[in-house]
Every structure is written in C-alpha cells, then in structure tokens.
Design a protein around this ligand. Structure first.
Ligand code: TYM
Length: 333
C-alpha cells in the first residue's frame, strides 16, 4: 500500500493578494505537502459569497488566487488545483452536512460569532452561518487524511470530524476522519500594528497586513513601522513582547534560521536593525513570487485551463464520495 496521504485545503478569493499570515500559517505547508502526497487545493469561491459580493472583483480575485498559488510553488502536475464552484458535489454534500449539524453546535463557531458581530447580528446572512458545513463537505468529499490550515480553522476541523463521525455511526462507514495539520509555530501570525490581533484580510486598516502582491517598498515600510515595546532586547516572549515575537516568527519561518539563533544574532542590536533585517528577508522572499504571479496573470486562458483540468479531476473523486453518501442515505439513484 502506498504511504501517500490525501491532503485537502482551501482558501477564499477575498482579496487580490494573500497576506503573510495565509502563507506562513497554511500555504507554505500546501507547497511542502505536495511532495509524496496526493494533494487537492481548492479556491473556495462559494465561501467567498458569504461576505460582500462583487462579481467583477470575485472573478479577478479567483484568477489572482490561482496565479499566486502557482507562483508560490503549487504545481498543477503534482497536485490538483481547482475551483470549488466547478465541482457541484460541494453543494450536494454541504446540504447533507447542514442536515446533520445542530443549530447549537453551529452557533458556537467563533468565526461566525466574530464575523456576524462585526456587521451587527441582524445583517449577517444565512450563508455565514452555514459556512462551516460547506467547509466540512469540502474536506470530506476528498476523504482527506490531513488538512493544512492556520490556528483559526481548528474549530472548523473539529466540527468536520464530529459530523463525519456522526454520519459514519448512523449510516455506515462513509468518510475518513480528517486531521488538522496545524503548525506549532507560525499557525497564527499577528497584525504588525496590533500584535494581539491576527493578521487578517478583513482588518479595518491594511497598515499591519503584509500583502504578498504589494510592492517591496510598501512592505518594507510596514515592517519598519511595526508596533513594538519600549525595550530594546530582541527576544521571543509572546506576552511581554508580542510585536518582536511576531517578527521573530516571520523571519525564522522565511529564513529557516531558528528563533534562538536569531536572538543571538541580534543580541547587540536594537529593534531598528532587527526590523531592517526582517524587511529584507520578507521582501526578497516574495519578490520572485510576486513577479511570477504577475506574469501568470498575463495569460488568463492558460490559468483557466489549469483550473478546468484540476476541477475535472476533483469532480471524479467527489462524485465517488457523493454516490456512496447517497446510497448510504437511501437516496434513490
Ligand atoms: P482563509 O481564506 O481565511 O485563509 C486561508 C488560510 O490561511 C490561514 N490564515 C492564517 N494563518 C496564520 N496566521 C494568520 N493570521 C492567518 N490568517 C489566515 C487560515 O487558517 C487558512 O488556513 N474557512 C477557510 C477556507 C476553507 C477551507 C476549506 C480550509 C474553506 N473550505 C477546507 C481548509 C479546508 C478560510 O476562511 O480560510
């Protein structure tokens, strides 16, 4: 038997650029896990409809997402890169997951609570509430062993496991119970201006968010003006020095140097020198990725053909799971 694992993960096309949190928390692992595994990576455009809907932007952002993923190293030869809406089985299984989930457990999802609180609970839409059940369907359709995500998705993975277990117990073995693949360090990257809040596409200001497609000058400036504490010692201490600790995590992940080595390297320097070094590491790391993504965006037909081919492969796997699921539910086919 092959030791290959089925990997599945998704990202929302809600911005023209992914941010550094997406990369460190999830996308870097997407690239690494392609080798030796059977990976499925999905641009979850249906999930993106649970926020503001702008048709022109959705199209643009879906293509920009594909270009960035390929530029980062997601290879259409090694893994299956596809668009969620092109695989209708996601909606089919999503409905079944909704019929399995309780209103109580869905109401406990912290992402729903946070997001619906932001715009006022009355203006939140039903799609935001049912979002985690569609996410469960994304994962279970592919019988994934592992789901590489950042810390903020832990609760959604737990719900997915609960729903899969419930289904298997009631209707017979149908779904593999997936595991989250969540890093110990880097699973939560913080906003540069408010290092107690997660770096996020939806944060009010972009001054603390490092966007991969932003210019090197702009990103260097954001890092150099990152909020730190009043001391001058470069030391990892998340409680007392959240800003410096965040920058240490970012440098360490991208440069491959350990946090201890970085602390030693900058022992005699102040924060200014250290921030300059972080800026250099970040800018040089993303420079070729940004250039490659911009180049890929020039040829829309090529990007679309990669996505169509990925979606075709994804539909084959998804159709098998839906057939078994329907059969086990007594749905006449
Ligand atoms: P999304 O699109 O918000 O984010 C994509 C990935 O980036 C991670 N991430 C972070 N990691 C570390 N620090 C941060 N500040 C940070 N911000 C974001 C997220 O954890 C995620 O892994 N619900 C998902 C999309 C989704 C999905 C799926 C994921 C839909 N279906 C199936 C996995 C499997 C989301 O909103 O991710």
């Amino acid at each position: 038997m092959s030791a290959q694992k089925r990997i599945l993960s998704g990202i929302q096309p809600t911005s023209e650029s992914f941010h550094l949190g997406n990369y460190v928390g999830a996308l870097k692992q997407w690239v690494a896990l392609q080798d030796g595994n059977d990976a499925f990576y999905c641009i979850v455009d249906l999930h993106a409809l649970s926020g503001e809907i702008d048709p022109t932007l959705l199209r643009k952002r879906t293509l920009a997402s594909a270009a960035q993923l390929i530029a980062m190293g997601i290879s259409p030869e090694k893994s299956t890169l596809f668009v969620q809406s092109q695989v209708p089985q996601h909606n089919q299984l999503g409905w079944i997951m909704e019929c399995l989930a309780g209103i109580g457990e869905a109401s406990r999802m912290t992402q729903f609570k946070d997001k619906s609180a932001k715009g006022g609970a009355d203006s939140a839409r039903v799609g935001l509430f049912t979002y985690p059940m569609l996410q469960a369907a994304d994962i279970l359709l592919y019988q994934a062993h592992q789901v590489p995500v950042g810390e903020d998705q832990r609760q959604h993975i737990e719900l997915t496991r609960d729903l899969a277990t419930r289904f298997n117990t009631r209707f017979g073995d149908t779904f593999r119970i997936p595991e989250g693949y969540i890093l110990k360090s880097g699973a939560k990257i913080y906003d540069l201006q408010d290092p107690t809040a997660k770096m996020s596409k939806s944060s009010g200001s972009t001054s603390g968010v490092l966007e991969i497609m932003d210019t090197p000058e702009s990103n260097a400036k954001k890092i150099k003006s990152a909020a730190t504490d009043a001391q001058r010692e470069v030391k990892f201490d998340e409680k007392a020095k959240p800003g410096i600790s965040n920058l240490l995590t970012i440098h360490s992940t991208l440069s491959g140097k350990s946090i201890a080595d970085l602390e030693a390297e900058f022992a005699d320097n102040g924060y200014g020198d250290f921030k300059g070094a972080v800026a250099e590491v970040v800018v040089e790391y993303f420079r070729p990725i940004r250039a490659k993504a911009l180049e890929l965006l020039e040829d829309e037909a090529h990007l679309l053909s990669i996505l169509h081919e990925g979606s075709r492969k994804a539909r084959e796997v998804a159709a098998e799971t839906i057939n078994t699921t329907y059969r086990n539910l007594g749905i006449v086919q």
